[in-house]
Design a protein around this ligand. Structure first.
Ligand code: THU
Length: 126
């Protein structure tokens, strides 16, 4: 699975985004170390705080299906520029990210990738 293939799966998942309030659609594709991919989109709610980000949708789908070892997550959005994962999603990633790469693609089709540990060096953990 190449970065671009994973980004394409994220873009496909973004089509299912339910974002009637922000109109900001996000898609994510999470690559497990065994090659399985779980995708997710953001899902908003009339009670705004109940919204779930695309990244957490993908991670929760994976964990609920017994997958905890992840190698990369690709994120795309309908907004301008790259969409960086929010703080809550970073905390959720930190729980499972031993060596996670975060891959982002902007609307111009340019992609960048980061090691998750560089994005969030001092994590909270128990
Ligand atoms: N959102 C995501 O899905 N992922 C992010 O990393 C940032 C924000 C969603 C949440 C909400 O539905 C919309 O984008 C606007 O904040």
């Amino acid at each position: 699975m190449t970065d671009n293939e994973l980004l394409d799966l994220a873009a496909e998942a973004m089509k299912n985004a339910y974002a009637p309030y922000s109109k900001f659609c996000v898609g994510a594709a999470l690559l497990c170390k065994d090659g399985t991919v779980f995708t997710g989109c953001n899902i908003e709610n009339a009670s705004y705080g109940a919204a779930n980000c695309a990244e957490r949708t993908a991670i929760f789908k994976a964990v609920s299906e017994g997958h905890r070892d992840f190698s990369a997550i690709a994120i795309v959005s309908s907004g301008g520029g790259e969409t960086y994962p929010c703080g809550i999603c970073r905390q959720v990633m930190a729980e499972f990210a031993s060596n996670l790469r975060v891959i982002l693609r902007n609307p111009e089709g340019e992609s960048v990738s980061y090691n998750f540990k560089d994005m969030m060096p001092y994590i909270f953990s128990l």
